[in-house]
Design a protein around this ligand. Structure first.
Ligand code: ADP
Length: 612
């Protein structure tokens, strides 16, 4: 059905129909008038061809002028039979009384002498005017009745000649001509089809090629049949399709390049239409926002970024810069800096917005940490200074004279001053490490010997009993492998780390605790663990104790002379050795600190070489 409709609508069909109709109309008009004319002429010619010549009519007239006798009738029959009838099928002579005097047809001889009943003959006899008419009786006939006048010149009517002749031949000729016209019409229709096909073929080819080009297939070409207007149109079409292909290639490669740039950008990029609905979004932006492309395309950017008080009109008119916080239950809060700019055409028409998202989470965190650090340092220094001032004021106010109080006050002043100096030294070494200017003096040491050496000092301190802090009793248990573990470390710094952890183990343990120090070798690491039987650390604080100034119990730490920086420095030192430090604890049941350092087992050969 659809196909029939498209054929009926095609130019090919329309041109063919128009041509055919024009041709048929022309042939019809020309043919009709021609055949009519031909018919008239043929009938006229036929009429004159069957006209009995005067010489014969005169002979007949002179016989009719005589009396109706058998002899005269024989004479008449003789004249008729001598006459070459040609197309005439029947000839009859009637006298002025309407009596048939002679007939050409042998079978009709019995009618001679009978009076004719033919009305036309009677009217010719009475008015003397010739009658010619076509009779449609068993095939077409022409009947011609001519009056006969006396041969002596008196014009006295003596009778009439009735002639009947078949028009079959004439009509056959006319039919023949009509058939020629019909053949011409059919040929004309075929020619019309061929011509219309010739005209529409290039158009049809161009239509098909246009469809292929629209579907992105530029491989084909329209054939140029001739250098006429259609040929030129086909050439122009081919040039056009080549240009479109090139433009398409350029725009494809531009798009790929843009896609590449967008994909590999560390910033998120979102483009919207002029209504603020998202049209393009890159991977980074999707990662930042924790969404998939399907979730966001076509949705308003204000919803995506959770902008409650800002409308798309605000963004379009002011292109403000915003800070967007992404709170996703599955991960930490992300802070993004969103910068908006307009997408404008050359005409100035605003067709959308581009939003560039920059991750400022770390930057903000650092800033917050720095602010926190400055406030912590001020606070940590103010506390000892305030107590120093109080003691100095008290001494000033006369306490220096009191031999019972003065030495005690001076001792506190000395302790606090020493703690402050320790804190400032710790801060300076942290600052050096932060700035990356702390030098590492690396050397290969046997870790077993090194840790033993550090622990021996603690045993010695226990015996010497000189330090107040170390008045506590403790036992150090060592669990070392026999195998020597060679590592490359900065011995001073690593000693500081072990000192810190050991001091903490003693500080935060009751008297008589056992401190177990283990060394073990894992695949590519050596792990040093120091376990105590002290207070333990609540689970929630386990990660925080490595932060600067973080203390589980501030008052206790201060009382013990702690600065809250020991573990922070230890962490920096261990990480500078590409190692890791962490703690594990069950509250109330002691803590274990682990230090893992990179280690590569030295082969047997290496050891032998060392011995040589
Ligand atoms: P401080 O100078 O306060 O000891 P550190 O950085 O060395 O500072 O330690 C931070 C905090 O970690 C301490 O204040 C303490 O609360 C906790 N801590 C460290 N080691 C232990 C331990 N062995 N047992 C219990 N708590 C500990």
């Amino acid at each position: 059905m659809k196909k029939i409709k498209s054929v009926l609508n095609s130019i090919n069909f329309k041109i063919a129909v128009i041509f055919m109709l024009l041709l048929l109309a022309t042939i019809e008009v020309v043919g009709a008038s021609f055949t009519r004319q031909l018919e008239q002429n043929s009938i006229q010619n036929f009429e004159s061809s069957i006209q009995v010549p005067n010489i014969i009519t005169n002979q007949i007239s002179s016989q009719l002028s005589r009396a109706n006798s058998k002899k005269a009738n024989q004479q008449l029959s003789q004249i008729i039979s001598n006459y070459n009838l040609g197309d005439i099928s029947q000839l009859m002579v009637v006298d002025n009384k309407g009596v048939i005097r002679a007939v050409s047809n042998v079978n009709d001889q019995n009618r001679i002498g009978q009076r004719t009943s033919n009305v036309d003959i009677k009217s010719v006899l009475s008015n003397g005017k010739q009658v010619s008419k076509v009779i449609n009786d068993n095939g077409n006939y022409m009947v011609q009745i001519s009056p006969l006048t006396s041969a002596n010149g008196t014009n006295t009517p003596v009778g009439a000649i009735y002639v009947r002749a078949s028009l079959q031949g004439v009509f056959n000729n006319l039919r023949q001509v009509s058939i020629y016209f019909l053949i011409a019409a059919v040929l004309g229709a075929i020619v019309a089809l061929v011509i219309s096909r010739a005209i529409t073929r290039p158009i049809e080819e161009m239509r098909k090629q246009a469809l292929r080009v629209a579907n992105g297939d530029y491989s084909g070409h329209v054939r140029v049949y001739a250098q006429d207007e259609l040929g030129q149109l086909a050439e122009a079409f081919n040039t056009l399709s080549v240009r479109i292909e090139r433009t398409q290639e350029i725009s494809d490669s531009e798009r790929r390049r843009l896609d590449n740039v967008l994909t590999h950008m560390t910033d998120g990029v979102i483009a919207t239409d002029r209504h603020g609905n998202i049209t393009i979004i890159n991977e980074t932006a999707l990662d930042f926002l924790g969404k998939t492309e399907k979730d966001v395309i076509g949705k308003p950017i204000t919803n995506l970024l959770g902008l409650k008080d800002v409308t798309i009109q605000d963004l379009l008119s002011t292109q403000q810069e915003l800070v967007v916080r992404v709170n996703d239950n599955t991960r930490d809060e992300m802070i993004l800096h969103a910068n908006f700019s307009l997408i404008q055409r050359v005409t100035g028409f605003v067709s959308g917005l581009v939003c560039v998202l920059h991750d400022i989470t770390q930057q903000q965190k650092k800033e917050r940490e720095q602010q926190q650090f400055v406030s912590n340092v001020s606070h940590e220094l103010r506390t000892p200074l305030t107590s120093l001032r109080a003691y100095v004021e008290a001494l000033n106010d006369g306490a220096w004279k009191d031999p019972n109080i003065a030495p005690q006050f001076l001792h506190v002043i000395q302790d606090e001053t020493e703690r402050m100096i320790r804190m400032i030294n710790d801060l300076l070494s942290l600052s050096r490490m932060d700035r990356g200017v702390a030098r590492m003096d690396l050397e290969w040491v046997n870790l077993n010997d090194f840790v033993n050496h550090v622990l021996n000092r603690f045993d010695m301190m226990l015996k010497s009993d000189s330090d107040k802090m170390h008045k506590k009793k403790y036992t150090i248990k060592r669990e070392f492998p026999h195998q020597a573990l060679w590592v490359e470390i900065d011995t001073d710094k690593m000693m500081q780390v072990i000192d810190n952890i050991m001091n903490n183990a003693i500080k935060y343990s009751p008297d008589g605790g056992v401190i177990t120090v283990r060394l073990l070798q894992a695949q590519k690491h050596v792990i040093l663990s120091i376990s105590d039987q002290g207070l333990g650390i609540p689970r929630k604080d386990l990660n925080k104790i490595f932060d600067r100034f973080y203390r589980v119990d501030k008052a206790r730490s201060r009382k013990q002379g702690g600065t809250g920086l020991g573990l922070a420095i230890s962490k920096e030192i261990v990480e500078a050795h590409h190692g890791r430090i962490w703690a594990d604890s069950a509250e109330g049941a002691g803590s274990t600190f682990y230090i893992s350092l990179p280690y590569e087992a030295i082969s047997e050969e290496g050891e032998n070489w060392d011995e040589v």
